[in-house]
Design a protein around this ligand. Structure first.
Ligand SMILES: [Zn+2]
Length: 352
């Protein structure tokens, strides 16, 4: 993630913090001194372990997890895609809150005896025992919050995994998204009518609403694309370029066609992929006389003409490109772009 720095690697996962995160210890240190800084670091330690539990369970099911990024609003584990099998989604989602619950159970008695009920049940930040009590309650609070049955919280995924055993995945997702929206509206409402208005609650409400919608859209896109193959949307005509062509000629081609990314072909063989982003960047930096072979990507994905369309979309997402070359038995059959995919999605989506 942009603007984040790596702290360390663990189990092959990079733990990173976003630079905005450092504002929090500063703010809390300013207002509450050392105990404030301790609490913030403790919260984020727990959040990291929570995300790590999700990630390890996901890795167990073969999901690639590259990094966990800590933001001021919490942690995000960057997983490639969460499995649709209800059992697997359930186990991955429950692993995080389960860590917080186990932590709370294990430390309840020690906290009770060492801090005493007068501190444990009256957490605060004015003395160290009260601060430790505060730290103790963070884990039950994280578990409760994350188990709310609403996207994008873990509870939303758990809810979907239960529903998906009985009804189809798309419908199960729509219900869980609906719960997400309902909670967001409720939080927003409570935040607004509080005196004074609770800004943090309003921000959380907004975040939940947007995240729930985007999960709904992502699933709908996936289910829609699954009904098509690459062949169904592949434009009949396409242009390819040769590796010795100067960019000025490619630019002319771009302006006269609707095509923005080009397969680089030589004697019927696919040598590279020339993307619009690379063309624009090179023209700005070094002018139009550069040759295609100096600019083209040499490592790029491709799909077969009968592959499911979702595969092309996934590759584009993973590699952050907007088109992939398409191959058939005889060689290059064309190039499929994100635009071709959005066109079929807009026509065929179930969303009203
Ligand atoms: Zn979680």
């Amino acid at each position: 993630m942009r603007g984040s720095i790596k702290l360390f690697d663990i189990f092959g996962i990079s733990i990173r913090v976003h630079f905005t995160f450092f504002l929090l210890p500063l703010i809390f240190g300013h207002f509450y001194g050392l105990r404030g800084v301790f609490l913030i670091l403790f919260v984020f330690g727990c959040v990291t372990l929570h995300e790590l539990c999700h990630s390890l369970q996901a890795k167990h099911f073969g999901v690639k997890v590259d990094q966990i990024v800590l933001l001021p609003i919490g942690g995000v584990a960057a997983m490639k895609s969460i499995p649709e099998k209800p059992g697997e989604e359930f186990k991955i989602s429950v692993a995080g809150p389960l860590f917080n619950i186990i932590f709370a159970l294990v430390f309840f008695l020690p906290a009770y005896f060492f801090l005493g009920p007068e501190n444990l049940f009256h957490p605060g930040i004015d003395t160290w025992p009260k601060t430790l009590a505060y730290a103790f309650w963070i884990n039950p609070a994280l578990a409760l919050f994350n188990l709310l049955p609403a996207f994008p919280m873990d509870g939303g995924r758990i809810l979907r995994s239960f529903l998906a055993r009985k009804i189809d995945y798309g419908k199960a997702t729509r219900i869980a998204v609906g719960f997400g929206h309902a909670f967001a509206v409720l939080f927003g409402f409570v935040g607004l009518i509080s005196v004074p208005p609770n800004l943090i609650l309003i921000i959380i409400a907004f975040f939940i609403f947007v995240a729930a919608s985007s999960e709904g859209m992502r699933v709908d896109l996936r289910l829609t694309l699954r009904k098509f193959t690459v062949k169904d949307v592949l434009p009949e005509q396409f242009f390819s370029v040769s590796s010795s062509m100067p960019l000025s000629e490619v630019l002319a081609l771009t302006l006269h066609s609707h095509q923005e990314d080009f397969p680089v072909v030589e004697e019927g063989r696919l040598l590279g992929l020339l993307t619009r982003a690379d063309i624009i960047l090179t023209i700005h930096q070094s002018g139009m006389q550069k040759l295609v072979k100096d600019v083209m990507k040499k490592h790029f994905p491709s799909v077969r003409i009968n592959d499911p369309l979702i595969k092309a979309h996934k590759l584009m997402e993973e590699r952050q490109i907007k088109a992939v070359p398409v191959l058939d038995k005889t060689g290059i059959a064309g190039i499929v772009s994100l635009e071709d995919i959005s066109r079929v999605y807009l026509l065929m989506s179930n969303r009203k």
